[in-house]
Design a protein around this ligand. Structure first.
Ligand code: 0CG
Ligand code: SF4
Length: 317
């Protein structure tokens, strides 16, 4: 008896992909807090935007809540990697709660910049997506009305501001690099004196993952991005793939979410993962391909990352 030959396929695996230093640190903070203070440890909002990560921490004794009011007296609470408005630590202090802040240091850097710009009298334009927790957190560093949100190029013309107003811009850390460059250019045309960072505040991990996808977008028939539907940086990877000419770019949460019919006829598929997607899910997706295809795996490394962030002092060894 001869086994039926599987069709062959090339999987191009992006590198870097998956966990960034901010996600790694945030997950470690929850794990170390569980080890040090015992279960339950409360976490305000998904620590990072990934169900698989959240469920693994729940299994170890973490309890995820939307608001501090849900945290019982005497239990530690962790703030998610996306950052929180100032009102959150303020409330925690008022209630004398013990909290650990897992806000990514690169998000905190934008918070501090927003405060500095406000202190020197600038109105602030934040480029970002309405309702995303990072945007809520960044806007919440300053009094209401101090920060105006711009989501797309068309919003720039609608800003109710004098072209001579003392202005500065800051950005969400997980935006599309190219789209943000277009928005910044539009801001500079309308407000020539606008102050800002050298380019934007998009983090190294977002930038590198987008560059890696772009490097193979023209050579593959389809691209799969492993990530959650509420993960901004993962969604941007799908858009970057599409913008780079890949007509079949899909976000998948894990192997069971792959639409195999949509990959029909593909001979080469690019694979990457958002900054909050664990590598076990990449392995799971590769295994699902191996079940159906004779897989040739190619790694495409565009840059090597070696960034690590320090833990909060309370958890240092
Ligand atoms: O990409 P966003 O900001 O939605 O967050 P996610 O948790 O997916 O990843 C990095 C962080 C924080
Ligand atoms: Fe920090 Fe960037 Fe990771 Fe967000 S995606 S946690 S800003 S390193």
């Amino acid at each position: 008896m001869t086994a039926e030959r599987k069709p062959s396929i090339t999987l191009k695996l992006a590198s870097p992909r998956g966990f960034c230093a901010g996600v790694d640190r945030a997950i470690q903070i929850v794990e170390l807090a569980l080890a040090k203070y015992g279960a339950p440890v409360y976490v305000r909002h998904e620590i990072v935007h990934n169900r698989f990560v959240v469920e693994s921490l729940e299994a170890k004794g973490a309890v995820f809540v939307d608001e501090l009011a849900e945290v019982p007296e005497g239990r530690p609470v962790v703030f998610s990697a996306h950052g929180v408005p100032k009102s959150v630590p303020d409330e925690a202090e008022r209630r004398r709660m013990f909290y650990l802040d897992a806000t990514c240091p690169l998000v905190s850097k934008v918070h501090r910049e927003a405060e500095r710009l406000h202190e020197i009298g600038r109105r602030i334009v934040l480029i970002g997506h309405a309702g995303h927790p990072e945007v809520v957190g960044t806007m919440g560093q300053l009094p209401e009305g101090a920060v105006m949100l711009v989501e797309r190029v068309e919003d720039v013309a609608r800003l109710d501001l004098d072209s001579a107003a003392p202005l500065a811009y800051i950005t969400q850390t997980t935006l599309s690099v190219d789209e943000t460059a277009d928005i910044v250019a539009a801001l500079k045309v309308r407000f020539p004196a606008i102050e800002g960072p050298r380019k934007e505040d998009i983090c190294y991990a977002t930038t590198n993952r987008q560059a890696a996808v772009k490097s193979f977008a023209g050579e593959v028939d389809a691209i799969l991005v492993i990530g959650a539907p509420n993960s901004s940086n993962s969604l941007r990877l799908v858009e970057v793939a599409e913008r780079a000419g890949c007509k079949r770019a899909f976000l998948v949460q894990r192997a069971s979410g792959i639409d195999w019919a949509a990959l029909e006829g593909a001979r080469a598929v690019g694979l990457t993962a958002g900054a909050s997607a664990p590598e076990v899910l990449v392995d799971e997706v590769i295994a699902a391909f191996r079940d159906r295809f004779d897989v040739r795996l190619e790694m495409l490394e565009t840059v090597r990352e070696d960034i690590r962030f320090k833990l909060p002092r309370a958890l240092e060894a």
